[in-house]
Ligand binder design. Structure first.
Ligand SMILES: C[S@@+](CC[C@H](N)C(=O)[O-])C[C@H]1O[C@@H](n2cnc3c(N)ncnc32)[C@H](O)[C@@H]1O
Length: 223
């Protein structure tokens, strides 16, 4: 099962490339994207990992679970970990990967609050995991409380960089959900890059870099 599959183009399709002998993938998302990566081995369903009623069909039937860049969207985590546990067969395993915090989120929070009046974007605020400053130890204790054997739980700081300043500017413009207000395009674009520069640095090669801390978890359900 892939939790938070979006349109299946990233994590779900990677699963099939990495494990070509896989029999079937149940790909779930709270809000499925309109365009799917198609493969006869993939079954897409709308389901919310925090709501056990939406997961009932697969309770105790899943051998392996992955979830990539989804748990950072959640507001609370206890129910989600309980549900992952309940979905698995005994000896089943889960690999969960998501961002704990990022200077991009801090930049985005400042930008969106300033420009949201020009869009219909529904902003939920900083991810709960970043707002509450949750770390690897918090998630390790939570997974153990639910009943998992924790095989791996570690956070890794990544320094991501852009090849050129132009790549960075294009990235900021394409990831900003606010339409550019007519007549102030230059001011808007300048504000994106100037705000981002407050939360980023330049590395030794003079490339703009920003930090992201990701959590890697490997969990096993006892027999
Ligand atoms: C950034 S996408 C991740 C796509 C892909 N897994 C990847 O690795 O890039 C996060 C997805 O998680 C989904 N999501 C958020 N909350 C969820 C929840 N409570 N249950 C299931 N999916 C959820 C979102 O709808 C979104 O499609």
């Amino acid at each position: 099962m892939d939790i938070g599959c979006e349109g299946g183009h990233i994590s779900t399709s990677d699963l099939l490339k990495l494990f070509p002998d896989i029999q079937k993938v149940i790909a779930i998302d709270a809000r499925l994207a309109s365009e799917f990566y198609k493969n006869p081995k993939i079954e897409y369903h709308v389901a919310d990992i925090t709501k056990s009623s939406s997961l009932f069909a697969w309770k105790g039937k899943i051998t392996k679970i992955i979830s990539s860049h989804c748990f950072n969207c959640l507001r609370s985590f206890d129910k989600a970990f309980e549900n992952v546990f309940d979905l698995l067969v005994p000896n089943g395993t889960a690999a969960i990967y998501f961002t704990l915090n990022s200077s991009y989120y801090t930049y985005f929070d400042e930008i969106i609050k300033k420009w949201i009046k020009f869009s219909n974007f529904e902003y939920q605020g900083l991810p709960a995991v970043q707002k509450r400053n949750l770390d690897a130890q918090y998630f390790e204790i939570l997974a153990q409380k639910v009943g998992f054997d924790v095989v791996l739980c570690e956070s890794v700081v990544q320094n991501l960089y852009f090849d050129t300043d132009l790549h960075c500017e294009v990235f900021l413009e394409t990831t900003c959900p606010c339409g550019i207000p007519f007549g102030i395009t230059d001011y808007f674009k300048k504000n994106l890059i100037e705000t981002f520069r407050k939360y980023s640095e330049r590395n030794a090669q003079n490339k703009i870099t920003f930090k992201m801390t990701v959590l890697k978890m490997m969990l096993s359900k006892p027999s």
